[in-house]
Every structure is written in structure tokens, then in C-alpha cells.
Ligand binder design. Structure first.
Ligand code: BTN
Length: 241
């Protein structure tokens, strides 16, 4: 289902894909750049460039309501996590999917996902979803990050990681379209933090603290506070305490 266009260098694959999505590009378009000068991360941050890493943005047109969009970014993180295990050929890897959009190996981040979407004119449905994916393959550009090459005995190419990710995403996306989120949610939970893990979520207006309970059917994070209150969190930055 994928049509891959690879560029030597771009400002941001995400900006390129979003403008093509607005111009009517078809679902399945993938924009990859070998290097990015203006890579963007979540919360308005910069995504640091590292030689030999994967930068790509994927266009989906899921025709779903806005409320279902978070399910798709978790579907993508599950697909990427499985693909990385395959690429590294290691099933015992200490790999964690961290709500909402990161993948960590040994507590260091190796994948970031930036989901951005456009709505239909009546603001009710998703017209396009751009999944911006950065995978540290050869370089770990910041202190808190790691690269896949640290965990692989052999040389791993950006193309093979890209193709493994696209293969997994295609099947998980089909699963989501045919069966919904239920099975994906279960698999995602099996790769995330254990129930009861102490967590903080940083939001614009303050920080919330609680024990990890689950993620719900809309991919919200559910925490249990000390006082026994059940919190439903739809956005924020997760920290482990
Ligand atoms: C995060 O903050 O964790 C998300 C990082 C997403 C980075 C990728 S790299 C490819 C795509 N193009 C961008 O400008 N950003 C995303």
C-alpha cells in the first residue's frame, strides 16, 4: 500500500507530507529524507538530526472521527516496536512503548512519533493523518536517547528498518480497520510499563501523579491517584517516578 519517495535532504518530512496531503495526495504516500534540517518533535521541540537515522512521514486517510485518532498513533507505536524487535532479531530486548508516542530501549528513547491531522470541513472527521517517525538507527543525538546499532551485532540499514516498519504498520492498520482497537490495545499494553508503575504526567497547567492502571478504548492514559481517584488523561508528557 506504500508509495515511498526518498529525498537526500529536506527541512522536515512532516512539513512536506502535510502540504502534499492538503493538495490531495493519496493514502500510503511515504516521504523519507536521508537528512533533515528542521526536524520537528512533539510539544514544539526540535528533533535532533543524527547521521544514518531514519526520518519519514506516512500519510493515512482513515476516515474516522477525531476521537479515534489517538488509537492510530498507538497502533503505529505497536507496529514500530514489533518491527524493531524483528530488525534487531532480539525478542528479549528491554523495549517499552511509552504512552503516548515513544519507544525506549533500556530506558533510552530510540523512536519518536509525531501524529498530526487535518479535519474535514465540518470538523467532524479526519481528512488526513501524517505520522512523522524518527528512528535512531546509527546515532543517538542526545544524552537521553539510544540508537539501534548499540543493540545489533550487525549493520542495520535505514531501508530495512523502514520496510519492516511499513510492513507491520500495514497489517496493524488493516487490523484496526477491520476489528477496531481492542486487540491492538492488548498487544500495546503487553509491551508497556507494568500496572501500578508510578508515573507523572506533565501538562500545560501542572503535573499529575498516579499509578499506571491501563489505557482505555480511546487510548487515554488511566492513572489511579493515592486518594483512589481514577484519572483519564488524553495528552501530556509522561515521566516515570
Ligand atoms: C517526538 O517528539 O518524539 C516526535 C519526533 C518525530 C520526529 C520525526 S523525524 C521525521 C518526521 N519529520 C519531522 O519533522 N518530525 C518527524
Amino acid at each position: 500500500m506504500w508509495s515511498i519517495k526518498t529525498f537526500e535532504a529536506l527541512g522536515s518530512t512532516q512539513d512536506q507530507l502535510k502540504s502534499l496531503a492538503e493538495d490531495g495526495a493519496l493514502e500510503g504516500l511515504v516521504i523519507q529524507a536521508l537528512s533533515q534540517t528542521k526536524g520537528r518533535g512533539r510539544h514544539g521541540r526540535k528533533w535532533e538530526e543524527g547521521a544514518g537515522n531514519l526520518y519519514m512521514s506516512i500519510l493515512l486517510r482513515p476516515e474516522c472521527e477525531l476521537a479515534h485518532i489517538a488509537q492510530l498513533s498507538l497502533t503505529a507505536s505497536l507496529a514500530i516496536a514489533i518491527a524493531l524487535k524483528k530488525s534487531l532479531n532480539k525478542h528479549e530486548l528491554n523495549l517499552i512503548v511509552k504512552w503516548p508516542n515513544d519507544i525506549l530501549i533500556n530506558n533510552k528513547k530510540c523512536v519518536g512519533i509525531l501524529p498530526e491531522s487535518g479535519l474535514t470541513p465540518d470538523n467532524k472527521k479526519i481528512q488526513w493523518l501524517a505520522l512523522g517517525i524518527g528512528v535512531n538507527i546509527k546515532s543517538a543525538p542526545i544524552e537521553t536517547s539510544c540508537a539501534l546499532s548499540q543493540y545489533s551485532g550487525k549493520n542495520i540499514s535505514t531501508e530495512s528498518v523502514r520496510d519492516d516498519i511499513l510492513g507491520e504498520l500495514e497489517s496493524d492498520y488493516r487490523l484496526w480497520k477491520s476489528e477496531g482497537f481492542q486487540n491492538i490495545r492488548k498487544k500495546w499494553l503487553s509491551l508497556s510499563y507494568p500496572k501500578g508503575s508510578r508515573m507523572q504526567v506533565k501538562q500545560a497547567h501542572g503535573t499529575i501523579e498516579g499509578n499506571f492502571e491501563t489505557i482505555d478504548e480511546y487510548a487515554n492514559l488511566i492513572l489511579q491517584t493515592k486518594e483512589g481517584e481514577r484519572l483519564k488523561i488524553s495528552s501530556g508528557e509522561l515521566l516515570l517516578v
